[in-house]
Design a protein around this ligand. Sequence first.
Ligand SMILES: [Zn+2]
Length: 188
Amino acid sequence: MRRLRRGILGSRRARRILRPLGLPAVRRLRLAHARREAGDYAAAAREFHELGVQGEAEGIPRSVQAFLLAGQSYLLAGQRQQGLDDLRHAVEGARHFGQLDRLMAAGPRIADELRAAGFASEAQTFLDSLGSAGAAPSTSASAGPRPPRLPPKCPSCGGIVHPGEVEWADERSVLCDYCGSVIPGEEG
Ligand SMILES: [Zn+2]
C-alpha cells in the first residue's frame, strides 16, 4: 500500500496532486504559524522543519512551503546555518516536486522579507540557489484571473495568504499554500 502510494505520488502525472493535509498536520501547522506570529521563531522553525520533513517523506509538494517557513524562522531565531540549509532544501524540494515556477513567484517577496529583517546576504543566497536550480523569471503576476478579495490568513491553518502567489481552486477561491484547504474570496 505504502509503496503503491509513493509510486503514484512520484509519477509525473501526479505532480499536480496538491491534496489537503490531514487534520493533525493542519493543527501542527496552525500552532507553528501562531508561534511565528508571536515571535517565538525557534519553536516555529522546529515545527515547520518537522512538518517539512514529514511532508516530504510522504511525497507532499506543500512540504516546500514548510521548509521555506522553517528557513525564514531559523534565521529570525539567530540559527543562521539551519536557516540557510532549510531555504536551500526548499529550492531542492521545489525542483523535485515540479514547483520551481511557483517558488519563483514567491521568491522576490521572500527575499524582501529576509532583507527587511536584516538578512541581505542570505536573501541573495536564496535567490542565487533559485536561479541555479533553473527557475524561470516569474510571469505569474499577469497570468490567471483577477484575484477576488482574499482574507489575510487561511481560516484553516492560520497561514498568511499572499494573493500574488496563490493557486486557484476556481474563479472565486484559492487553495491554501500551506494546508491545501479551499479559501473562498470575500464578496465585494
Ligand atoms: Zn491553510
